[in-house]
Design a protein around this ligand. Structure first.
Ligand SMILES: NC(=O)c1ccc[n+]([C@@H]2O[C@H](COP(=O)([O-])OP(=O)(O)OC[C@H]3O[C@@H](n4cnc5c(N)ncnc54)[C@H](O)[C@@H]3O)[C@@H](O)[C@H]2O)c1
Ligand SMILES: NC(=O)c1ccc[n+]([C@@H]2O[C@H](COP(=O)([O-])OP(=O)(O)OC[C@H]3O[C@@H](n4cnc5c(N)ncnc54)[C@H](O)[C@@H]3O)[C@@H](O)[C@H]2O)c1
Lengths: 207, 207
């Protein structure tokens, strides 16, 4: 079984390879990849071996070949339709975030339950009432959902997304979603990032 | 040197301990902590040993003692003032995010350069012009900053925050900030979370 951390690091390698490719380099060593990622070279080699045989010992990796291979392994070689539930402050920031579009994640459906928002256009898409979310997700065959509603609504909207056929959820609401097995939930807690900062600053007696 | 991953996991242990404490339990074993965190018990014990001697072998850990110790190690036992630069969609979502307040992170200054926003009150704080950011941060002795401006503005605002005395930055803008040594930058890339989802869904041939 591949450790979750190795999967997370694939994103980092892909991002670094893109920077190296754009700079015009065609090969890269595991120690250079490691240095740019703040890891050790053995960790980079160990991670990549989980996903296939890349590069030649002593010669490093072909940048565009490795980038394309990682992109395909992560399923990012094609457009991925996404449904967003909750078009408030956070939802609007996610809608206009270029980072999602650049990687092929296209928000195709937006749901809310606020009469002031339902029916309005956002980024070329009409916000629909969350009551219709299951049927629309089914029609559009969307498999990935983002929840940016208040916690009080998150479980009920998750149930509707799953009923419509969603299999993976990026959840921003600070509650533990109960989902059937086979459904993948990735939770985001930005506060843990600030906690990291606080730890390092207290260690240096700055805080 | 303590691995970054072990520091990140401290946040997870703290969150789980709080849930256990609220449920009325007074002790917890490393295997129960591990199960709730999706880790193995040896990893939990190894992580905690980096930070001190907790618990008694065979008896587990005292929940409130361990929770208080981790909170203090992370510098979260006191209020931490934060400066926010960029009061757009993402900035507004971060301003109203209860998760920051619950952990003692209090946004005390907000900066923007949009004349429509400067001077307006948000969550009881007046949005100030980013031109005055250094002097206000200095006066309020703020050490932690959040950047939620467009990439084009992120480096120049980072320089102003650092000039004012900020030592740790949570950066949402998708650019690599160049900062003097001693300044800690934690970058957030929510797209990497969607990439994780995509990897697991393609492995199951759902995407
Ligand atoms: N995890 C993190 O790090 C993080 C950071 C910021 C915000 N948040 C969370 O994200 C969520 C959204 O935050 P926000 O600042 O955008 O709040 P917001 O109030 O601005 O937006 C919430 C939106 O959800 C809509 N909504 C409510 N019930 C709904 C339902 N049943 N179906 C569909 N839409 C519904 C509302 O009408 C509103 O448009 C909150 O749960 C907040 O705690 C999390
Ligand atoms: N990392 C992630 O996962 C993620 C997710 C969503 C958004 N983002 C990023 O967050 C940033 C903000 O996104 P948004 O949707 O809130 O954009 P937005 O346009 O709604 O908000 C940006 C705000 O910054 C202000 N601003 C511009 N120049 C400034 C300056 N020099 N000083 C102070 N304020 C200034 C603008 O006036 C505006 O209020 C963008 O860089 C976006 O790419 C990142």
């Amino acid at each position: 079984k591949i450790p979750k951390r190795s999967v997370e690091r694939l994103s980092i390698y892909k991002r670094i390879l893109k920077v190296i490719m754009d700079a015009g380099f065609t090969t890269v060593s595991s120690s250079e990849l490691a240095e740019r990622a703040g890891l050790n070279p053995a960790q980079v080699r160990k991670d990549l071996v989980y996903f296939g045989q890349f590069g030649t010992p002593g010669m490093g990796y072909q940048v565009s070949t490795l980038h394309r291979a990682i992109t395909r392994i992560m399923g990012l070689h094609k457009k991925i339709p996404v449904a967003l539930a909750g078009a408030g402050n956070l939802g609007q920031a996610l809608l206009s975030y270029q980072g999602f579009k650049d990687r092929g994640f296209i928000i195709e459906s937006i749901f809310d339950n606020d009469p002031e928002k339902v029916g309005k256009m956002k980024n070329g898409i009409k916000i629909r009432n969350e009551k219709n979310s299951s049927s629309e997700i089914k029609d559009k065959k969307i498999k990935v959902g983002i929840i940016s509603t208040p916690s009080s609504a998150a479980q009920s909207i998750a149930n509707k997304l799953i009923e419509g056929g969603i299999k993976g959820i990026l959840n921003f609401a600070p509650i533990e979603l109960k989902v059937p097995s086979g459904i993948i939930v990735v939770n985001v807690a930005l506060c843990e990032k600030l906690e990291m900062l606080s730890y390092y600053l207290s260690k240096r007696k700055i805080l």
